[in-house]
Design a protein around this ligand. Structure first.
Ligand SMILES: CC(C)(COP(=O)(O)OP(=O)(O)OC[C@H]1O[C@@H](n2cnc3c(N)ncnc32)[C@H](O)[C@@H]1OP(=O)(O)O)[C@@H](O)C(=O)NCCC(=O)NCCS
Length: 153
């Protein structure tokens, strides 16, 4: 399967992201939040993965803050999971981060989210800390993961 990855650029592309948000998270981001992200140019980026028909199947959003990449959200539509889109998005975002001057990357993940944790470990993320009861619905610790710069090809 090949995925086309490009930037979310216009408000009308947000609806596809929201559908995947709602199918993936118990506290999904809202349209207003994504509109605000779109305004925050130079800092906030959201990449979309599309299938061959042009359908959005996943997304990954991040902030570039000085030399750090803060990954906010990564999700793939349930029907498209396990097809490599998550890997493709993460690889693309980490490469973009390096191009933008980021030397390190960080994110938070639910302790019980074995699928995402496996994916992040493959990319060299390691656990650097814990935020107790950080998440709600259900309440759960967040693991804080960091990854130092490396060559992503
Ligand atoms: C995490 C997520 C983005 C992965 O997307 P994906 O497109 O399915 O990922 P990939 O197909 O690239 O899979 C990458 C690896 O993740 C692991 N993985 C993915 N799905 C898995 C599953 N159901 N069970 C076990 N491992 C799994 C595997 O190691 C897999 O590699 P492999 O297929 O070569 O074994 C997706 O599962 C998702 O949207 N989950 C809900 C939202 C979420 O938890 N986001 C992360 C928040 S921090």
């Amino acid at each position: 399967m090949t995925w086309r990855i490009d930037l979310l650029r216009t408000p009308d592309e947000i609806e596809a992201v929201l559908a995947i948000e709602r199918a993936s998270f118990t506290n999904p981001w809202t349209r207003e939040m994504y509109l605000a992200e779109l305004e925050n140019r130079g800092v906030s980026f959201c990449y979309l993965a599309r299938d061959e028909a042009g359908q959005v199947v996943g997304f990954c959003s991040f902030w570039r803050i000085l030399d750090e990449l803060h990954i906010n959200n990564l999700a793939v539509a349930p029907g498209a999971r396990r097809g490599g889109a998550g890997t493709a998005l993460l690889q693309h975002v980490l490469r973009q981060g390096t191009k933008l001057g980021a030397r390190r990357a960080t994110l938070e993940v639910r302790r019980s989210n074995e699928v995402a944790r496996t994916l992040y470990e493959r990319f060299g993320f390691t656990v650097a800390g814990v935020r107790r009861a950080y998440y709600t619905h259900p309440v759960e610790d967040a693991l804080v993961l960091w990854r130092e710069a490396r060559d992503d090809g």
